[in-house]
Write a protein that binds this ligand. Structure first.
Ligand code: SF4
Length: 460
């Protein structure tokens, strides 16, 4: 095993040649990282630092070949399902059926970052009536129109109800442009009132039974349509198997996170951890390969811990990161400044929690869907963040804002306040745009100040 380190793209060219010389075996989507710049114009890769392991290479190649693999699946006669907004529920159902592949068109929000704006998706969204007052997920709209990114789905679904204004407006615009959408209702989660029957949800949450019943009925409707597309009923047996497979992915992620957070220094970089977590959503369009990718990463992390080899310094400050970053470079920046990730809430913690296996499968999935952190109050999110900060020995919290995002104007403030009041940790809120180069000095000085404040507290 090579000594862990982070490499830029040029260094990875040499590393890849060396691995090939040493007999590296790769899956069909394997190859040098550089080709994603040359062929797909993913110019941002030239500014990132990557882990040097073959497991990380496989992870990146898996992520960056998703659209290509979806097109290959369609050419084989498989049906493509576009799930929108629920982040982690509909794909569990779709992958339970033969011949279906689900993905999130929402993921197009990273395209302007990866292509450093050369795709002009954000400007095209503006021409379609969705301007910069909306969050970067608006990149999805022109991506549907020009068809040059992901393949157009055979079936498009979107949760509605407890959904941010941005997504709601963008999805409605999409429908007006001629893309038919099957809408399904997600109620805003609330605590059960006195005398109401309550249901336990994953993530230490509860909701009134009436809300769980509503989501279950909606998912039943979704399941019927998915079954029609697949030409096979989504019965309890198939869904139970689908839930077990999804939980396999979630268990691997939980072990990976725990291995990294519990280690005395970070065995894997923050950027690769963020990408790995994203796989929970729709298995990056290939559930079996997703499992293999995560197993490789977990084996690498464990081997490094065992051999006492790490990518972060001994003094690195343990950071909890809230919300995904539009510009992936922010994850590198945090580590350059002496931080390491020891906890995260990237807005889909419900996709990380195990789906109950001791309940009827649709009921279990409804409870899991209702545990969506974005479908309930920010105080629920904050309570979980506090619990995980305590459990993982976190020393500081970063709430990264998403430009234009309407999901909760005061969310960051609420989370920071609760974190400060309950566990007294330093916490900052900062905004990360899709390409953050112009803001690097400001971001760096704020992160540096946070890291130094957390270090200073160690000596008190
Ligand atoms: S406003 Fe927030 S929750 Fe809504 S799409 Fe944008 S980032 Fe996601």
């Amino acid at each position: 095993m090579a000594t862990p380190s982070k490499l830029n793209l040029t260094q990875w060219d040499d590393r890849y040649a060396e691995l090939r010389r040493d007999g590296l075996r790769e899956p069909a989507y394997g190859g040098p990282l550089r080709r994603h710049v040359e062929q797909e114009k993913d110019f941002r890769l030239e500014q990132l630092q990557f882990d040097n392991s073959p497991a990380a290479l496989r992870l990146w190649n898996f992520l960056l070949t998703e659209n290509e693999r979806l097109r290959q699946a369609r050419a084989r006669g498989e049906k493509i399902v576009g799930a929108m907004k629920d982040l982690g529920t509909v794909p569990v159902m779709a992958y339970a059926l033969p011949g279906l592949r689900a993905f999130y068109p929402d993921g197009a929000w990273w395209t302007p970052c990866l292509m450093e704006g050369s795709d002009r998706l954000l400007q095209q969204a503006e021409a379609l009536g969705i301007d910069a007052s909306f969050c970067p997920v608006r990149a999805m709209l022109p991506a549907f129109q020009n068809g040059g990114h992901f393949p157009l789905p055979d079936l498009l679904l979107c949760s509605t109800g407890a959904v941010c204004d941005d997504f709601s407006a963008i999805a409605q615009r999409l429908e007006h442009l001629g893309h038919a959408i099957l809408w399904w209702e997600m109620p805003r989660r609330r605590a059960p009132a006195a005398g109401e029957t309550a249901c336990a949800l994953p993530g230490n949450l509860t909701a009134p039974k009436i809300q769980v019943d509503c989501v279950r009925a909606e998912l039943q409707r979704v399941g019927q349509v998915l079954g029609q597309l697949a030409g096979k009923d989504l019965d309890d047996a198939l869904l139970t198997d689908g839930i077990r497979a999804a939980n396999h992915v979630r268990r691997l992620l939980a072990e990976l996170r725990q291995t990294v957070y519990a280690a005395p220094r970070a065995p894997l970089p923050a950027l690769e951890l963020l990408v790995a977590e994203m796989l929970a959503l729709h298995f990056c369009s290939d559930r079996e390969e997703c499992i293999a990718v995560l197993e490789d990463l977990l084996a690498e992390a464990r081997a490094r811990v065992w051999q006492n080899q790490f990518v972060s310094g001994a003094e690195a400050v343990r950071i909890f990161w809230v919300n995904p970053v539009a510009d992936l470079r922010a994850m590198n920046l945090l580590e350059d400044l002496g931080g390491r990730i020891c906890g995260s809430d990237f807005m889909f913690t419900h996709a990380l929690d195990l789906i109950p296996e001791d309940l009827p499968p649709l009921e279990a999935l409804a409870r899991s869907a209702l545990a969506d952190p974005m479908a309930g109050p920010a105080t629920d999110r904050a309570a979980r963040i506090v619990r995980e900060c305590r459990a993982n020995g976190v020393e500081a919290v970063v709430v990264s804002r998403i430009p234009g995002a309407s999901h909760c104007a005061r969310e960051g403030e609420i989370i920071r306040e609760i974190v400060r009041q309950t566990i007294g940790l330093p916490a900052i809120e900062l905004e990360i745009p899709p390409v953050c180069d112009a803001l690097l000095p400001t971001l760096a000085s704020r992160l540096q100040a946070l890291v130094e404040t957390a270090r200073a507290k160690r000596t008190k």
